[in-house]
Design a protein around this ligand. Structure first.
Ligand SMILES: Cc1cc2nc3c(=O)[nH]c(=O)nc-3n(C[C@H](O)[C@H](O)[C@H](O)COP(=O)(O)O)c2cc1C
Length: 156
């Protein structure tokens, strides 16, 4: 399969999960493109509008046409996806009938993060088939990352 993994990460946890998933897919022989979502303006977390509207991204208008599976990852910010990810999802092209899987990282309370991402994609005709939330109050150790490995195995 041709797989896209797009994620935002401020302090590195979501990135670790994204890279672990990538590694696992590649070991199974899939082709993976890893895209880090980057806002045009780097601000403090609280300075971004929570709904991500009008939030400009450096890589905003991604088409997912050429991929068989698309994974989107986000940190949880105030029980919701990071605004950059909301902006990315809203701008995503060729979503109709595409297969998606979602992942989120948080300390403990994910709130409505996965539901919100899922709802944007379903409205655009995308099919969300699986999701994981990796909770880590302290740090993301090897054991926690096993969840990411299993997730990729399940999707392969
Ligand atoms: C602005 C902000 C809001 C956050 N809100 C939540 C939250 O609602 N629930 C939670 O469990 N963790 C919350 N966290 C913790 C992050 O979700 C967690 O540390 C995440 O793994 C960070 O991902 P990253 O390292 O990829 O940026 C928040 C962190 C930040 C910076």
């Amino acid at each position: 399969m041709k797989i896209l993994i797009a994620y935002y990460s401020k302090t590195g946890s979501t990135e670790k999960v994204a890279k672990k998933i990538k590694q696992e897919f590649e070991e199974k022989g899939h082709k993976v493109e890893l895209v880090k979502i980057v806002p045009v303006q780097e601000l403090k977390a609280y300075q971004y509008k929570k709904n991500g509207k009008e939030l400009a991204l450096k890589n905003a208008t991604g088409s997912v046409k050429k991929f068989d599976l698309v994974l989107i990852g986000t940190p949880v910010w105030n029980f919701c996806p990071a605004p950059m990810v909301l902006s990315y999802l809203r701008n995503l092209l060729n979503v109709k009938d595409k297969k998606f899987a979602l992942f989120a990282t948080c300390t403990a309370l994910p709130g409505t993060t996965i539901q919100r991402m899922s709802s944007i994609l379903s409205t655009k005709g995308g099919k969300v088939t699986a999701s994981i939330t990796v909770r880590s109050i302290f740090s993301l150790d090897a054991k926690k990352l096993e969840v990411a490995k299993k997730f990729a195995e399940q999707l392969s």
